[in-house]
Ligand binder design. Structure first.
Ligand SMILES: NC(=O)c1ccc[n+]([C@@H]2O[C@H](COP(=O)([O-])OP(=O)(O)OC[C@H]3O[C@@H](n4cnc5c(N)ncnc54)[C@H](OP(=O)(O)O)[C@@H]3O)[C@@H](O)[C@H]2O)c1
Length: 261
């Protein structure tokens, strides 16, 4: 598999570069923004992995040349251009870029008519398994159990709730239908309504990302937790997704498909 990395100079791009290099994957393209401090430098050296022989470029078209799969961790505004090029050059796309707008979502679907595409708000395999466990637990426990989600992230995170908390809320709704999302409670809010789901955010320190789903019943409660202790897990999941997509027919794929093999 010949790999291109879009957003190669970022926190995630560097993690993908480092792990891909350590696994002997051939990195043939390294793309960053036109204002990037990394332009003209070796992508492996930026990532602290030693030279990989691929120079960072802002020209996505030349950066994608010769690649089979591109892994993207960049920003929503950069994704449409990448997807158009991937369609033209027939390159599979793994994207973990979050907070996509309607155009980004639509282009993922369009691209999937031509090439294999896997987008995930969280590329960790553990979170995918957690989401499946949550759906199962909510199905089995039934309406007697209230569900609340608590997520914790580092103090620099600028948005809430996390994309992963939203993903887990959808996993609950898969079993229980649409629920009313409550972001916090204050004052005389009255008793909890049966169709509520609390999605609550804590912020502080250097927490990479913790998510707990509380299933609260009569006389018992379950807590299902995932804790990320290192960004590398997202990069490992994205690389596994890239290997999975390589050689697949065009279409939209998910982390659930990857686990199914
Ligand atoms: N799916 C997951 O599991 C997961 C996990 C973590 C993060 N994320 C998401 O992944 C994305 C990146 O996160 P990060 O923490 O790595 O961010 P980051 O450190 O800010 O890196 C962003 C990267 O995108 C590049 N970039 C910006 N504009 C670009 C453009 N127009 N064309 C090409 N490259 C461009 C930046 O290049 P320069 O800065 O060098 O110019 C940089 O390499 C975010 O959306 C984040 O929420 C997803």
């Amino acid at each position: 598999m010949r790999l291109a990395i879009h957003g190669v100079t970022g926190r995630m791009g560097q993690a993908v570069t480092r792990i891909a290099a350590s696994e002997g994957i051939s990195i043939v393209g390294a793309i960053a923004s036109s204002g990037s401090a990394g332009l003209g430098r070796d992508a492996g050296e930026i990532a602290g992995a030693g030279a990989v022989g691929t120079i960072v470029t802002a020209d996505a078209a030349s950066g994608l040349l010769g690649s089979d799969v591109v892994i993207d961790f960049s920003q929503p505004a950069a994704l449409p251009h990448l997807l158009k090029l991937a369609m033209r050059e027939k390159i599979a796309v793994v994207s973990g870029t979050t907070r996509l707008d309607a155009t980004g979502e639509r282009l993922l679907d369009e691209a999937a008519k031509i090439v294999p595409v896997l987008w995930a708000a969280n590329t960790s395999l553990g979170v995918q398994v957690l989401a499946e466990l949550v759906t199962l637990a909510v199905q089995k426990l039934g309406l007697g159990f209230d569900v609340e989600i608590v997520e914790t992230h580092h103090r620099a995170k600028i948005d809430a709730p996390s994309g992963t908390a939203e993903r887990l809320r959808l996993a609950v709704e898969e079993a229980r239908g649409e629920l009313h999302r409550v972001a916090g409670r204050e004052g005389n809010v009255g008793p909890r309504k049966p169709d509520e789901i609390g999605v609550l955010a804590m912020r502080g320190g250097d927490v990479i990302g913790d998510h707990t789903i509380h299933l609260l019943g009569h006389g018992e409660r379950l807590e299902l937790t995932h804790r990320a202790t290192n960004r590398d897990l997202f990069a490992r999941g994205a690389l596994r997704a890239a290997r999975f997509l390589h050689g697949k027919p065009a279409g939209r794929y998910t982390m659930a498909d990857l686990l199914r093999g």
